[in-house]
Design a protein around this ligand. Structure first.
Ligand code: SAJ
Length: 434
């Protein structure tokens, strides 16, 4: 029978990465036991339902749970392959110190059920050296096992680092089709992990050592952060010179070797604004550029708040619509979102004048309570509000034709309406008029 030779898999951490990963592995025919600390999450999954939003994930989870290929629990059970996908946040010390406690706790839990021949893979975005620390945590619990890099001869386990690089909103597609870096503590470990990923990944799987794979993941997100910072800095420069940054970028990008990214209200999400700090923390003296890029992108949020406030103050009669709360377009993820921070700050300051349009939110987040700000739909905003502040480039906002906003004062931080008069001009005109 086909199923007999397939490894059994345990996925530790059933969040935005772990759950889709568990479901995709299960769909390939392997039996998967998912583990999460939250009983509510475990119960939801065992009912064939999901606790996060991601395109097509509900149908996939429902299917693999019904077929008995995926089940969830709160404690680790024996398996052949363990995939750890738990959070790696910062310590609350204000220094951006990585907190590896979730990874190390998961490793210790896994260690209790390990047997010779098993494979342990870390997928969480992690500072360089974390996979070795995870190996050492396992060694402390299981001195009876020979571990890679710590023993002569053939080790009992394979231990590897294999970061995900999926984009929220496209996770299921990218989990399968993206290339993957697979870093083994030893080359043998990498080969063992490679054989596992080959079972469900169509993209190319490239082997390397664990430390290089860890750094690769951080570099990918730091690269994007630095490039977005360049665009955000340009937008502030253009603002000070009265230029339309979108026009300048459009023209510059006609050069065959120039590809400037898009400015916005800052960088959100849980990856790009976080991972660069893991590099900075590991090499504080060697990272002035990466550190500065973080500062530029965070600073952009405050620039947007100041410019929006200026526009609102200059027009005391106008109602204001903030368009979008999500951290990027067409998703319902509001965590670490610059748009949310900008809107909430404006709501605290301008209270009832502020209206929030977010088609992906059933209700406003808690920080809006007591501010007087209300949630309205886009049609009401276009009818009632004289000022529109575009914070997220949702498709539904992009599709609003000029005729419906030609009488509005617009601060378009995402450049979705190229036919709208540029923001600096609007503010200057207002100042002159005032
Ligand atoms: N952003 C801009 N301007 C741009 C592009 C993005 O302001 O030109 C902003 C977005 O609005 C958002 C933030 O940056 O606030 C991040 O969005 P994103 O789409 O660039 O990335 P994420 O955070 O959704 O996913 C990233 C991806 N990494 C890279 O593209 C290098 C993804 O492939 C990773 O798997 C993911 O981080 C992760 O989990 O690390």
């Amino acid at each position: 029978m086909r199923g007999e030779n397939l490894p059994t898999v345990s996925v530790i951490g059933l969040g935005y990465i772990g759950l889709p990963t568990a479901a995709v592995i299960a769909r390939s025919g392997m039996r998967v036991h998912g583990v999460d600390v939250s009983e509510a999450v475990v119960d939801t999954i065992n009912r064939g339902e999901i606790h996060i939003e991601e395109v097509d994930l509900d149908g996939l989870v429902h299917g693999v749970v019904q077929r008995g290929l995926l089940r969830a629990g709160t404690s680790v059970e024996p398996a052949d392959v363990f995939v750890i996908a738990v959070p790696t946040p910062f310590h609350k010390d204000g220094q951006h110190t990585p907190d590896l406690s979730y990874v190390l706790a998961a490793a210790r839990d896994v260690a209790k059920v390990l047997k010779p021949g098993d494979t342990v893979i870390l997928e969480s975005t992690s500072p360089v050296g974390t996979t070795e620390q995870m190996r050492d945590a396992i060694a402390a619990v299981r001195p009876d096992l020979n571990l890679p890099g710590l023993c002569e001869g053939t080790p009992d386990l394979a231990i590897a680092y294999c970061p995900e690089r999926v984009l929220p909103g496209r996770i299921l597609e990218e989990l399968i089709n993206n290339d993957r870096s697979i870093g083994g503590i030893t080359p043998r470990c990498a080969r063992k992990a490679l054989a596992f990923y080959k079972r469900f990944v169509r993209g190319e799987c490239v082997t390397t050592d664990a430390r290089s794979a860890e750094m690769t993941k951080l570099v990918e997100n730091a690269y994007r952060d630095v490039n977005i910072a360049f665009a955000n800095e340009l937008s502030i420069v253009a603002d000070s010179m009265g230029l339309d940054v979108w026009e300048v970028i459009r023209l510059a990008n006609r050069h065959p070797r120039v590809n400037i990214l898009s400015p916005g209200p800052g960088v959100g999400g849980h990856c790009i604004a976080v991972d660069p700090w893991f590099i900075v923390h590991g090499a504080p003296q060697e990272t002035p550029l990466i550190r500065t890029a973080r500062g530029v992108n965070d600073g952009k949020i405050h620039h947007v708040i100041a410019r929006a406030a200026e526009l609102i103050e200059a027009n005391p009669q106008a109602k204001v619509a903030c368009l979008g709360l999500a951290f990027k377009a067409n998703i319902d993820d509001f965590r670490e979102s610059p748009a949310r921070l900008v809107s909430a700050t404006l709501a605290r300051r301008f209270r009832e004048r502020i209206h929030i349009v977010e088609p992906y939110a059933a209700q406003l987040p808690r920080e809006f309570e007591g501010t007087g700000a209300r949630q309205i739909d886009i049609d009401t905003a276009l009818e009632d509000c004289g000022i529109l502040i575009v914070l997220v480039d949702h498709d539904v906002f992009k599709s609003v034709p000029f005729a419906e906003r030609d009488d509005k004062l617009v601060y378009d931080t995402r450049g979705i309406w190229p036919d709208q008069p540029a923001t600096p001009d609007v503010v200057k005109v207002l100042k002159l008029a005032g």
